[in-house]
Design a binder for this molecule. Structure first.
Ligand SMILES: C[S@@+](CC[C@H](N)C(=O)[O-])C[C@H]1O[C@@H](n2cnc3c(N)ncnc32)[C@H](O)[C@@H]1O
Length: 282
């Protein structure tokens, strides 16, 4: 076992077995190495954010969107929340009922009372009364397609201080690029960048994350973009961490509009909405 996959002090062996990271006889399940490596690596980024919130107030709230089997939520709870003597809480949002039920059962079995799993879409969770009005940290790890965009909308509504995203592929921008390609080719030689279908898909995916970053900056966040793990572990490994700083919104907002216009994506301005379309953070 390599050092980065060592079991951490105080970590629940029972949890790792339940997540099939450890086999029943306590060995590391090779198929789970990739997942565990991603989650541990992500935890290194999330731990200082939790400590930052903790310095400000107790009862930390974290929402994980598109939670799936809730590897991320469980590992964060086990390594950080488990030892807090307050009302800190992790919410997992997931549309697949069987995964929600399994996570609920596991949290009960492990006696992790500060975890809830809700069978809601990310979009539904924005208005759900089952969630608090404000949330400290929002995460979305490989949340499918536009679920990451909904997670951004959720985080903005909930005035999250930190937003941690590892986006999955998003097909919406590529489909609009494809639809408007004909018009754009005649007008602008740079359309060559996304003329071939595979380039349309890849460029669409790249532009989506660029627009997400500009949108977050337009809402006053400082944005850092980095790589989650080496390419051999996942093709989708862009890590976006946004921290609310109340930064001026004017320039990123204008840049966002300009990029949408230049790429023929004006119809997507509601998806990548700027603060004029919602009440401000303050
Ligand atoms: C690729 S999996 C990632 C799971 C987990 N975050 C991880 O990284 O292991 C994406 C999950 O998001 C869920 N999902 C997709 N769209 C969703 C939506 N709009 N709202 C909530 N969950 C969604 C899927 O059911 C699936 O479990």
């Amino acid at each position: 076992m390599s050092n980065d996959l060592n079991i951490k002090p105080g970590q629940s062996i029972e949890l790792l077995k339940e997540l099939h990271i450890l086999t029943r006889d306590g060995k590391l399940n090779q198929d789970s190495r990739r997942k565990l490596k991603q989650v541990y690596h992500l935890y290194q980024f999330i731990e200082p954010l939790l400590q930052d919130v903790q310095q400000d107030h107790a009862d930390i709230t974290l929402v994980d969107h598109g939670a799936g089997k809730s590897y991320l939520g469980f590992i964060i709870y086990d390594l950080f929340f488990k030892n807090l003597a307050d009302k800190s809480h992790i919410y997992g949002i997931e549309t697949r009922d069987e995964l929600v039920k399994k996570s609920q059962e596991l949290a009960q079995r492990l006696n992790f009372p500060g975890m809830s799993f809700l069978n809601l879409s990310v979009a539904e969770s924005i208005t759900s009364t089952q969630l608090p009005a404000t949330i400290d940290i929002v995460t979305a790890l490989h949340a499918c397609n536009t679920a990451t965009d909904d997670a951004i909308r959720f985080a903005l509504q909930k005035k999250a201080k930190f937003i941690v995203l590892v986006p999955c592929c998003q097909a919406e921008v590529a489909s609009v690029l494809k639809k408007n390609k004909g018009k754009s080719l005649g007008r602008d030689a740079l359309t060559e960048v996304w003329r071939h279908p595979i380039h349309t898909r890849e460029f669409g995916s790249h532009v989506t994350n660029v627009l997400r970053c500009l949108q977050l900056e337009a809402h006053g966040y400082q944005v850092n973009v980095t790589e989650l793990v080496g390419w051999e572990h996942s093709m989708k490994n862009e890590l976006i961490i946004a921290t609310y700083k109340g930064l001026p919104a004017g320039r990123p907002s204008k840049r966002l509009q300009q990029v949408l216009q230049d790429l023929g994506l004006e119809e997507m301005k509601d998806r990548f909405f700027t603060p004029e379309l919602m009440s401000s953070h303050d």
